[in-house]
Write a protein that binds this ligand. Structure first.
Ligand code: HXC
Length: 496
């Protein structure tokens, strides 16, 4: 097969076949249906030979494990998707379901092949259907390595993880030309649907990569953290490194002296998990909650942590969506959940109310309650109100919840509570001393984790330096956990 590699290089992109070779283990790729051709004879198509109908499909290995892959070739009719092209992708996904292996799609396409009319749309429809069939059975990873326009975005949109590459990835429902004609708005491809937009604003992209090779390296890395199919049990990493001495010091020093001061929770995650193992997902979107995979004694865990370094770690619509989606992914593939809680609450105010914080926050409660994987929660500082419940409290089925002595568990913080309980006295300067005393009393009696411990809402109060050991013991104890007590039903109705 001769490939039009130079034409693709002129656009600053690797060719479809080079991409597959960069992604998979050396010489492991086996192509299928290379001779497939379209059977569209309208609109001059009878004279067009479109090799492999513009998409290379097949299978191979990554780190020695089986994967299915497809890669759209932009040099062949703009990588446009006709019926055969769509069916080839649908077929490889279907095979991946049967053979229980992840499927990775490399997207670089002008969208539906215009000359094929409704047949191109049928190709997309068949593909979407397979994406949905595969969901929860095998991991689906999309790499956006060129344009991805129109309804074409919905195949990646249905997959588990989307990788974008700076300067070459564009995803939009309609391109700049349509936006201009319909909305009279001048906007560049980058500003409409470039990597930064989808990583920071829309949350569509989970990993933004500076270049193609970095992208393929990251995809290979991701596969090291996730089971390759529903029911797969990952082998623990061979070598485990954990610099206990250094990390215990870091854990003890993580909380700032001032209780209202922010800190980057990712430092705590790094300190609790195997050295260099934290692999953050959707790092740039809703940074007030950090989510990602990490390893503890070589085993994968999914981590959800409020991050007080952004918006004080408060939960808003985007953070709720991000966390809920991640929780559901981990639950689908039996990856245990570790939740680190330091949260003043759900964000108040008209902006988030109008965006539907009720609906989005409810997703988080739903996702945690529904998850039957081992769930361990550590409350380090604030756990107020609905956010206390929502962040994998015992009430939502956490298996074990620990609190540091610095934890504050209450309906709300002291200042807010006193303003409500002593509103009249606050206006009277002669009562200032009494109000001050009540504030202290509230902090010492209501906000202390001891009440929750006495009631059995938390499993214990632990020192920060004990945390990794406790988490590890709990996950080991929970290893064989199977929650079979769910009432029979078709499926629930998550508030989407
Ligand atoms: C048929 C297509 C095509 C398409 C590109 N080509 N897109 N052929 N159907 N959708 C062909 C071009 O005619 C050209 O052929 C070759 O691919 C390369 O395209 P260029 O335009 O020369 O490349 P470039 O300048 O880099 O521009 C890339 C592009 C542009 C921005 C992606 O091609 C473009 O705007 N394409 C159309 C995008 C679009 O609107 N697609 C439909 C979306 S709607 P030759 O023979 O000259 O080399 C959709 C509905 C799906 O997808 C619904 C699913 C539910």
């Amino acid at each position: 097969m001769t490939y039009n590699i130079e034409k693709q290089h002129e656009k600053g992109k690797l060719h479809a076949i080079e991409r597959i070779n960069a992604l998979l283990d050396k010489d492991s790729f086996v192509e299928i249906y290379a001779e497939a051709r379209h059977n569209c004879y309208e609109f001059g198509m009878d004279k067009k030979d479109i090799p492999y109908d513009g998409v290379i499909t097949g299978f191979g290995t990554i780190n020695g494990r089986r994967v299915a892959v497809y890669s759209q070739d932009f040099t062949v009719q703009g990588g446009s998707l006709g019926k055969m092209h769509g069916d080839k992708i649908a077929e490889i996904i279907s095979k991946a379901i049967e053979c229980k292996c992840p499927v990775i799609g490399i997207n670089d396409s002008g969208g539906a092949r215009i000359q094929e009319g409704v047949n191109a749309l049928a190709g997309y429809g068949n593909l979407f259907y397979q994406n949905v069939r595969a969901s929860g059975l095998i991991p689906q990873i999309s790499i956006i390595a060129g344009p991805c326009a129109g309804g074409a975005v919905y195949s990646p949109g249905l997959t588990d993880f989307i990788f974008t590459i700076d300067k070459i990835s564009y995803m939009f429902i309609t391109g700049p030309k349509v936006v201009k004609s319909v909305m009279f708005l001048d906007i560049s491809e980058e500003d409409l649907g470039g990597g930064i937009i989808h990583s920071q604003k829309s949350g569509v992209s989970h990993f933004r990569c500076p270049d193609e090779n970095d992208c393929y390296t990251k995809v290979r890395k991701l596969l090291d953290y996730i089971p390759h199919y529903y029911g797969d049990v990952l082998k623990p990493a061979g070598k485990v490194a954990y610099d206990a001495k250094k990390k215990v010091r870091e854990i003890k020093e993580i909380l700032p002296e001032r209780k209202t001061q922010g800190y980057d929770v990712r430092k705590l995650i790094e300190a609790l998990t195997d050295d260099g193992s934290f692999f953050e997902v959707a790092e740039e979107f809703a940074p007030n909650v950090s989510v990602g995979f990490a390893k503890i004694e070589g085993k994968s865990v999914g981590i959800i942590a409020n991050n007080p370094s952004a918006l004080g770690g408060i939960l808003n619509c985007d953070a709720s969506d991000k966390a809920s989606r991640f929780i559901r992914y981990c639950d689908a593939y039996n990856i245990p959940l570790l939740t680190l809680v330091d949260i003043p609450g759900f964000v108040p105010g008209p902006e988030e109310e109008q965006k539907g914080i009720i609906r989005h926050g409810a997703k988080l409660i739903y996702a945690y309650s529904e998850a039957t994987v081992p769930k361990v929660t550590v409350i380090t500082r604030k756990a107020y109100g609905g956010a206390y419940i929502a962040m994998c409290s015992k009430h939502l089925g956490a298996d074990f919840v620990f609190a540091w002595p610095t934890a504050e568990i209450a309906v709300m913080g002291a200042e807010g509570a006193i303003q409500i309980l002593y509103a009249k006295q606050l206006k009277d300067p002669s009562q200032a001393q009494m109000v001050q005393e009540k504030t202290e009393e509230y902090k010492n009696t209501i906000m202390t984790p001891k009440i929750a411990a006495k009631q059995g809402y938390i499993s214990g109060i632990i020192e920060p330096e004990e945390t990794r050991g406790k988490i590890l013991s709990c996950f080991k104890f929970l290893e064989e956990k199977r929650d079979t007590a769910q009432p029979e039903k078709k499926h629930g109705n998550i508030p989407l």
